[in-house]
Write a protein that binds this ligand. Sequence first.
Ligand code: 5GP
Ligand code: ZN
Length: 112
Amino acid sequence: MCIFCKIVNKEIPSKIVLEDDDFIAFHDINPTRKVHVLVIPKVHFDSFQFVDPSIMLNMTKFIQKIAIELNIDKGGYRMITNIGEDGGQEVSHLHFHLIGGEKVGRLVRERE
Ligand code: 5GP
Ligand code: ZN
């Protein structure tokens, strides 16, 4: 079972922000900014590339709610999902990073 499925099953502890029947948001164990939260569906999909698109409707609503809960909705934040090897994905369970709580700056092109 993957590490995030274990978090869903509470086999691994995590600092949960909010959870409902289908999704869970928890603080990243290694935060890169003041706010760094991961949002996942409870059902396992390897990445965004393999997600059932119908899930994204409620996941979008859940993410918007989490941003309000974290008080980053007005100031803004960055949302990232890494996909596969070239995308730098380390945990193969679809997750969205919500990063903010401070200015995270422009995401500039790495090659310019
Ligand atoms: P990825 O590179 O796959 O997009 O990001 C995986 C993220 O999961 C990383 O930011 C990493 O710090 C976080 N992470 C890995 N293992 C755990 C864990 O056991 N608990 C929590 N809360 N976060 C984790
Ligand atoms: Zn999983």
